[in-house]
Design a protein around this ligand. Structure first.
Ligand code: FES
Length: 161
């Protein structure tokens, strides 16, 4: 294994990625899992992390970057401690996601794509989260929150330190 990979990724990250690879037909097939492992540990995927993961998987950084960009749950720039993603696809739109978005922006005093000055929350729009029957829906970190009402947001967010 190259020195650059060892310097850029922790032993735990490398071993978790190797564990995923062991269950798959080839190393490249672990691309999304590898990105998720590193993002879980670091919050986002820097260029340095991306290059190291690509080397570990035996693929080009450009190919891995296009997977990371396509898969919109991977962050390629720094985010806050908690990431709030509000679905803005059709079912959620019909059920009033714009009211949720407006209330969130008012409460957090940030626009979509921004992070609160205390580094606590980042707000990101996202396409359908596959829970349309619970629209409007948002994802806070790994928690799916359905039937979101703007007046419940303050209490929902108070559960995140
Ligand atoms: S449209 Fe929002 S979860 Fe499907």
């Amino acid at each position: 294994m190259s020195e650059a990979i060892i310097q850029a990724l922790s032993d735990e990250e490398i071993s978790a990625i190797e564990n995923e690879i062991a269950h798959l037909p080839d190393r490249e097939s672990a691309a999304i899992e590898a990105l998720q492992i590193v993002q879980k540990a670091r919050g986002w995927i820097s260029d340095e992390s991306l290059n190291a993961i690509a080397s570990l998987l035996g693929m080009s950084a450009a190919a891995l970057d296009s997977i990371a960009t396509f898969y919109n749950l991977i962050h390629r720039s720094p985010v806050g401690r908690h990431v709030i993603m509000v679905c803005d696809s059709v079912s959620c739109y019909v059920m009033g996601c714009q009211n949720v978005n407006t209330a969130l922006q008012d409460h957090l005093q940030i626009k979509p794509g921004e992070t609160t000055p205390d580094g606590k929350f980042t707000l990101i729009p996202i396409v359908c989260l596959g829970a349309c029957d619970r629209a409007p829906v948002m994802l806070i970190d790994e928690d799916l929150v359905g039937d979101v009402r703007p007046d419940a947001l303050e209490s929902i967010l108070s559960g995140y330190e």
